[in-house]
Design a protein around this ligand. Structure first.
Ligand SMILES: C[S@@+](CC[C@H](N)C(=O)[O-])C[C@H]1O[C@@H](n2cnc3c(N)ncnc32)[C@H](O)[C@@H]1O
Length: 259
């Protein structure tokens, strides 16, 4: 029976064979690797990945799709985890000694930011992540300081990952087509991120970017004195989008030194 795409689950299914083959090439799956796909949908990517992998895991929220996946693929080939990826414990996936998990997915765009923050909790267990996301989101993720789109997402993710926008995918590659352009991003966790307390960094960055057009001294008034900004290597008249990751980390360490 034909599956009708559900908007509330962010369902835009990839149908373009060239794009699918480019994605698989970018992921470069190898037998023996432990891979989990988030939101497999109608298995367009899953089926191709399984040509390279004897087994993989998927996490899918839509129960109709879960049933379809279980009917299509034998259990020895596909472990289907029925549920919400935002609540999924990626640490529960068994990985052979000395190996790390690879995460892939054409993600539901309506929950992409919370999903990215959820994945970040497992960064130490992960080898890499390849995701299809809204192009604007990927541009924010990889933006350097000084860019108009550099913000909370850039700082928090660049603290944990090395990231590359691999290529752009047009709406015509999907059924139904989304209203926006998409992009593939590669995220490789940084082995030794700059030491600091994550929630404190998050709090500093959130406050800094809550009023982008003000100078950093005013954005962070009440949290840091001007002397502390200078101590962290920041000119108090800078705007939040020109302050680099190392400076935000230095500020977080002033509030709460890394354990
Ligand atoms: C953009 S579609 C991609 C489908 C398929 N991978 C493809 O490329 O054609 C997003 C998929 O994520 C699933 N999904 C949505 N929210 C989810 C969640 N919270 N946890 C797990 N899967 C979710 C949807 O049901 C859908 O299958």
């Amino acid at each position: 029976m034909k599956h009708v795409a559900r908007k509330r689950f962010g369902q835009n299914f990839l149908t373009d064979k060239m794009v699918l083959s480019d994605i698989i090439e970018a992921i470069a799956p190898r037998p023996g690797q432990t891979m989990v796909e988030v939101g497999p949908g109608l298995a367009a990517m899953t089926a191709l990945l399984l040509k390279h992998l004897p087994h993989m895991h998927v996490v899918e929220l839509d129960r109709d799709l879960v049933v379809r996946l279980e009917k299509t693929f034998p259990r020895e080939q596909l472990s289907v985890h029925s549920g919400d990826a935002l609540k999924f414990d990626f640490a529960a996936i068994p990985v052979p000694e000395g190996q790390k998990l690879r995460i892939v997915g054409n993600l539901p765009y309506n929950i992409s930011t919370p999903l990215l923050f959820h994945f970040a909790e497992f960064a130490h267990l992960v080898e890499d992540q390849h995701f299809m996301l809204q192009k604007e989101v990927v541009e924010r993720m990889v933006a350097p300081p000084g860019s108009k789109v550099y913000g909370r997402l850039s700082v928090m993710l660049q603290w944990r990952y090395r990231m590359d926008l691999m290529f752009i995918v047009p709406p015509t590659a999907f059924d139904p087509p989304p209203r926006v352009e998409s992009a593939i991003v590669r995220m490789v966790p940084i082995a030794a991120p700059l030491r600091c307390d994550g929630p404190t960094l998050e709090a500093v960055v959130l406050k800094a970017f809550s009023q982008r057009r003000k100078v950093i001294r005013n954005c962070l008034a009440g949290m840091f004195t001007e002397a502390q900004l200078v101590e962290a290597g920041i000119d108090p008249t800078m705007r939040p989008e020109t302050v680099g990751l190392a400076q935000y980390v230095a500020l977080a360490n002033l509030l709460k030194p890394a354990a």
